[in-house]
Write a protein that binds this ligand. Structure first.
Ligand code: PEP
Ligand code: MN
Length: 338
C-alpha cells in the first residue's frame, strides 16, 4: 500500500499514520521529498480496509498496490486454468466453448429441439434456466426440477453437458444430478453465503458479473468459491448497467482482456444479456472471441420471438448456426479453435 501525505502534513500527522500502519502489521518505508512525504507499506494488506487510513488528518491518497484477492489472481496459476468436465470437454483451453440454450426451459419439445441444434452446430454445452430470477414476480419463474429433468434427458440424448442457474443454497443438492455446471446469475454475484456453499461443491461454477459490479468485485466473489476448495470457476461478462439505454446492458468487451491479465480463470462472454437485442448478438459474440473470450453463452430458441423469457435477445436456430460458422474464422484469426 502507498500513503501519500498532503504537502502541509505535520510530523505528528505523519507519525500517527505510521503508527496505525504498523499496528495493522505493515512494515513502513518512509520517503520524504521536498514537498511531500510518501509512506510505502509492505506486508499482508489484502485483508486491510485501506479506506480507514484515508480519513487520517494530513492524508492525501491511499493506494493498494497488491490485489485484494489471492487465489483468483494470475500469479497463483500463471499458466491459466483449464476447467475440465467429465466427458473431456474443457473451458479455458485452445478451443472456444459454445454454451447455448433457452433463457428458460419451457417444455420437452423445446429443449430437445434446442439440444439437437446445439449439437448440430458443434456446441458442447446446453444451458437452460429452471429457476429464473425475474425482475417481476408475475413473470414466468421457470419449471424448477421438472425442467432440469427434461434438460438432462435432452443433453444426454445429444452428448451435451448442462449448465443451469442456482438461486439459493437449498437448491444445490436437488440440482446436482442434473447439472454439470452451476450458473450464479448476475443478481447473486454477491450472495456470499451461496458462493461459500458452492466452494464446497465439486462441479464447475459459472459466475456472472453483477449488474453494477466492478471487475475487482467479480474477482473477489470468485475468491469466495475458490477459497472453499472449488478451483473450477468460470467468470462471465454479461454486460453492466450504465447510463446508456440503447442496449439492455453495456457489454464490457474490455473486461475480457482485463480479466485475462488479472486472473487465471477462464472467461465466458454472454452477448445475449450484454445487448438484450437479437440483431446485436452476433457482432458482440465476434468481438468477444476476438478479445480472447474462452466461451460464449448464447440464448437460442426455435421460436425465439415467442420465448417465455428474454425473447428479444434470443437467436433463432438458423441465426445461431450461421453465427457459429462465422465465429470459426474469428477464432482461427486469434489462434483458437471453435
Ligand atoms: C440468464 O442467464 O438467463 C440470466 C438471468 O442472466 P443474468 O443473471 O446475467 O441476468
Ligand atoms: Mn436470460
Amino acid at each position: 500500500m502507498i500513503v501519500a501525505m498532503q504537502e502541509k502534513a505535520t510530523e505528528e500527522e505523519i507519525y500517527a499514520v505510521i503508527e496505525a500502519m504498523e499496528e495493522a502489521g505493515v512494515d513502513v518505508h518512509r520517503t520524504t521529498g521536498t514537498t511531500q512525504t510518501i509512506l510505502a507499506g509492505v506486508g499482508s494488506t489484502a485483508s486491510l480496509d485501506l479506506s480507514k487510513f484515508e480519513v487520517f488528518p494530513g492524508v492525501l491518497h491511499v493506494h493498494r498496490i497488491s490485489a485484494p484477492y489471492k487465489l483468483a489472481g494470475r500469479a497463483w496459476r500463471p499458466e491459466g486454468t483449464v476447467v475440465e468436465f467429465a466427458n473431456g470437454a474443457t473451458i479455458g483451453g485452445e478451443k472456444v466453448a459454445i454454451i447455448a440454450g433457452p433463457c428458460a426451459i419451457e417444455n420437452r419439445q423445446q429443449i430437445f429441439a434446442i439440444a439437437a441444434c446445439v449439437q448440430g452446430a458443434g456446441g458442447g454445452f446446453l444451458r437452460g434456466g429452471a429457476f429464473k430470477p425475474r425482475s417481476s414476480p408475475y413473470s414466468f419463474q421457470g419449471l424448477g426440477i421438472a425442467g432440469l429433468e427434461l434438460m438432462r434427458e435432452a443433453a444426454d440424448a445429444h452428448g451435451l453437458l448442462t449448465v443451469s442457474e442456482v438461486m439459493e443454497i437449498a437448491q444445490i443438492e436437488a440440482m446436482l444430478p442434473y447439472v454439470d455446471c452451476f450458473q450464479v446469475g448476475a443478481r447473486n454475484m454477491q450472495n456470499f453465503n451461496l458462493l461459500r456453499e458452492l466452494g464446497q461443491v465439486r462441479k464447475p461454477i459459472l459466475l456472472k458479473r453483477g449488474i453494477a459490479a466492478t471487475i475487482e468485485e467479480l474477482l473477489l466473489s470468485s475468491e469466495y468459491i475458490l477459497s472453499g476448495g472449488n478451483y473450477d470457476v468460470i467468470l462471465c461478462e454479461r454486460g453492466i448497467r450504465t447510463y446508456e439505454t440503447a442496449t439492455r446492458n453495456t457489454m464490457d468487451i474490455a473486461a475480457i482482456p482485463v480479466v485475462k491479465k488479472l486472473s487465471h480463470l477462464p472467461i465466458v462472454a454472454d452477448p445475449s444479456h450484454g445487448t438484450g437485442r437479437r440483431d446485436m448478438v452476433p457482432a458482440m459474440a465476434k468481438a468477444a472471441v476476438a478479445a480472447g473470450a474462452d466461451a460464449l453463452l448464447i440464448e437460442i430458441h426455435p421460436n425465439a420471438d415467442k420465448a417465455a423469457s428474454d425473447a428479444a435477445q434470443t437467436l433463432f436456430h438458423d441465426q445461431f448456426e450461421k453465427l457459429v460458422e462465422e465465429l470459426r474464422a474469428i477464432a482461427a484469426a486469434v489462434g483458437r479453435t471453435l
